[in-house]
Structures are given as C-alpha cells and as structure tokens.
Design a binder for this molecule. Structure first.
Ligand SMILES: [Zn+2]
Length: 57
C-alpha cells in the first residue's frame, strides 16, 4: 500500500475512508477516461471526498 496522497481528494484503490476508516462510500459521480473509470465518492461517515479508479480492459 502506498501512503502518498494529495491533501485533497486522494486517490484510493480500496473502498475505505482514509480519514475515519468507514467503508460506506457512495459514488458521487463517475467520469470515464480513455482506459479507466474515475469515481468520486463521498464518505457517509465524515464527508471526505475520495477518488477511485477502475481500469477498463
Ligand atoms: Zn470517512
């Protein structure tokens, strides 16, 4: 696991909030890129914004 994260909207690979450890992270919006899907989520526990990426094969 990498521990390098920008201060705002960090990219995470797992579905766990880095702030509160919660795993209830509903998707706020989805944006498709060339070879991956970006999802922004908001933690329902603390309101922190997260960005996750999913690769598209
Ligand atoms: Zn949280």
């Amino acid at each position: 696991m990498q521990d390098r994260q920008p201060p705002e909207a960090p990219a995470v690979t797992g579905l766990q909030c880095p702030s509160c450890g919660g795993n209830d992270l509903p998707v706020w919006y989805t944006r498709k890129r060339l070879n991956k899907t970006l999802r922004m989520r908001i933690c329902s526990g603390c309101g922190r914004r997260l960005i996750t990426y999913e690769r598209i094969d």
